[in-house]
Ligand binder design. Structure first.
Ligand SMILES: Cc1ncc(COP(=O)(O)O)c(C=O)c1O
Length: 380
């Protein structure tokens, strides 16, 4: 089903799905077809484009098990969705928000930016904590309104115990806001089963979509508690009734979508998410787990290597970050990229992130290059 979907150039090894993923052939074809339509007939078939958009909402709702596509807002980025929460929540001076110290800037800067409203941003160094969730919960107190975490940490791949956090947040009446960009499309995530309050993710990583289109889920009961921060023709209840003088925000999550949708990305992401749903997250996450463990085994065979990523049961997702004693990580990263092994430099090491379709032969090839190029970066 997927074997012809990733015709990457021979010799190129893509181990950066935690960065920006390649598109599958189906997404490529959808955009080519969309461009051809635009060229030949403009927006003649706009109603069909809207059907694709509707389909994408349905597919994303299925992906995270939201109760309804009405709970899904299409957003331009994770950062935008997190900003809807940060700037929509009815804070009172003295409130605080708790999050891990080494979060990706999208899930850090937005909370820090609330200082002028008297909201304290409390960070917890979970890398140093034996019990990451315990440390986060310990940092919460009676003034904590939101606990914001990435489902999977971008740099070292640490997978958060979301069920434990969600349960504790519910008990303590703290809202749980999850940046799911490093999990959606790689591992299952069920917003209703968990009881997640807010979820944000762009589509360009494990979902195999383009940059610039993502998903924002807001638990329906909370929708009206978030003050809106963006306005336009598309977010009103009676969208399309342009002559109407009075208006109110849409009752659905469309209220967070102020203007025209990113239709090119809609076509691509709809194709990618369909592919992911057709293969199934059980299969995908099994294969990712096998690939990550395969890489770990290979890395462990390299003299002087160390794995930055915590490998305890339940903590691995799609990321393995590693280093080699005496090898300069920035140098190794640069050499690998020049040798067409797509990877990233993170958490003091080199981050590899295979997807479900990544063949063993590609990982073997990448690890051979790691061994060879390490010699140019300080290893004897
Ligand atoms: C945890 C995390 N959040 C967010 C992003 C990207 O944010 P945005 O979708 O706003 O570009 C990344 C990208 O690396 C990430 O790793």
């Amino acid at each position: 089903m997927w074997h012809d979907q990733f015709p990457l150039r021979p010799g190129l090894v893509h181990l950066n799905h935690a960065g920006v993923s390649p598109w599958p052939r189906c997404a490529h074809d959808a955009v080519v077809e969309f461009a051809a339509q635009n060229l030949a007939q403009g927006s003649l078939d706009y109603p069909h484009w809207v059907q694709t958009e509707t389909h994408l909402r349905e597919a994303l709702a299925r992906l995270i098990n939201a109760a309804s596509p009405d709970d899904i807002a299409l957003v331009k980025s994770t950062s935008e969705a997190l900003s809807f929460v940060a700037y929509g929540y009815p804070w009172r001076p003295g409130d605080n928000v708790v999050y891990p110290l080494h979060e990706f800037p999208s899930n850090r800067v937005v909370w820090e930016s609330l200082a002028h409203r008297g909201v304290a941003a409390r960070t917890v160094d979970i890398r140093q904590a034996a019990d990451a969730e315990g440390a986060l919960l310990e940092a919460c107190d009676g003034d904590t309104r939101i606990l914001a975490v990435s489902a999977v940490q971008y740099a070292d791949g640490f997978r958060m115990d979301l069920p434990r956090l969600a349960e504790a947040c519910r008990r303590r009446r703290i809202l749980l806001c999850v940046d799911a960009i490093q999990q959606l499309g790689a591992l299952p995530l069920d917003v209703r089963d968990l009881g997640v309050d807010f979820l944000a993710a762009d589509g360009h990583k494990w979902l195999l979509g383009p940059e610039g289109l993502g998903v924002f889920y807001c638990r329906p009961e909370l929708r009206e508690r978030l003050e809106l921060t963006q306005f336009g023709w598309h977010m009103v209840e009676d969208m399309g009734d342009f002559d109407r003088a009075d208006w109110r925000p849409a009752s659905t999550a469309r209220r967070f979508e102020c203007g025209s949708p990113n239709m090119t990305a809609v076509h691509a992401l709809a194709a990618s998410v369909d592919l992911i749903l057709a293969i199934g997250l059980a299969t995908i996450s099994d294969r990712i787990s096998r690939n990550v463990n395969y890489l770990i085994e290979k890395i462990n065979k390299i003299k002087g290597s160390f794995i930055v990523t915590r490998t305890q049961p339940g903590r691995l997702a799609g990321i393995v970050t590693f280093g080699v004693d005496g090898v300069d990580a920035p140098c190794l990263y640069r050499r690998l990229m020049t040798a067409e092994v797509l990877c990233a430099q993170r958490a003091g090491g080199v981050r590899l992130s295979p997807h479900f379709y990544t063949p063993e032969s590609a990982m073997d090839e990448a690890m051979e290059r790691v061994v060879r190029l390490s010699r140019d970066c300080g290893a004897g």
